[in-house]
Design a protein around this ligand. Sequence first.
Ligand SMILES: [Zn+2]
Length: 434
Amino acid sequence: MGNRRFTADVVVTCDADDSVFAPGVVDTVDGRIAWAGPASSAPVVDDTVTVEDVGGLLMPGLVNAHCHTPMTLVRGSGDGLPLQRWLAEAMWPREGRMTPEDAWWGMTLGSAEMLLAGVTTSCEMYLFEEAVVDAVRESGARLVMTPGVVSALHSSGSDRAGEISDFFSRNHDPAGRITVGIAPHSAYDLGVEAVAELADLARSLDTLLHIHLAETREESTELEDAYGHSITRILHDHGVFGGRVLAAHCVWLDTDDIELLADDGVAVAHCPVSNMKLGSGIAPLVAMGEAGVTVGYGTDGPASNDSLDLWEEVKVAALLAKVHALDSTVVSAVETLAMATRHSAAAVGLDDTGCLKPGNTLDMIRIDLDHATFVPITEPDELLAHLAWSGSSRRVTDVWVAGEKVVADGEVLTIDMERTLAEVGERALRLARG
Ligand SMILES: [Zn+2]
């Protein structure tokens, strides 16, 4: 890859200082960022550096902190049903017929959709982990693969923990594009003891535990009645939150639950579009942020959203928080962009993506500013407002992951889109018919 310099009209770093440089420069050495800053103070470079004047706006790729991407194969089915009926009547019968090859094509299509929208990383909770990893090795995206554990397939007699440990040893590569965690579906599905055992395994591997938590009001009623506490406190009491934990949804939390998550350092994947579509509720985004909980954004599966375009969460999460609080000042444009980038990266356990700063891997997107949705800009803050509210995913033109270009001029370079669309269409028909 060598040494490269990218110059742009604007560089939005999404770093801890929310730095914006206009015009800006990003220097890289072998796929890692060496320097990012204003063009006026860029270091002098010699002729061994390849200079690309890309214009437009450069910013970090977005990080989708919670999804089940191969469910592109079941997108649209069971539309309108509430969560438990939607799972039992629409999702599980179709997913039960799915083969690893189906999952590979479903993941490939979803990976293309995300890359084209400027989402460079996804944290996947799914079965068929070998197929998902294979698909992403080819698509060129960054992946946190957390193989799912569900009661219907992995109750007594299965050695799912052994399978996952083996998968971890073969695929976990923090210096590369793929890391591996563990994903017990939920305490209401697996039981508290099984979740605690998997949490022990995640701790022993020093990796991420990824679990659904408090998505709907009713899901954990039995456990809560039996233990006399909220599901969040039950998991805390059983030591589940003792390692690195990513909890998806976290809609039904009270003040004590939020304090527990903050004290235990549990990160949250906030999935407002999925929560709204399934009628699950409104997660306490502002309260979690005030308590110091790390919150990133997830689309959830493409069958409950129904899109993998995380720019929708950038807008909807903030708007939902504002209307919930009856306060337009909560969750600013800068804050919602940070949650989709560096906070999402931290939530999924990655410390070298999600912002453009020296040392980070070059996971970067270019946005074309020559468009109605970016006019006017009478002061710098308005540019960030346009990014957050005006439909930026439609303007993503180029995408780099680990320094490699994977999208150019709105075309994904790593995937045969025509064939992928046809394969997923045909395979989805077979899954639907049974
Ligand atoms: Zn989910």
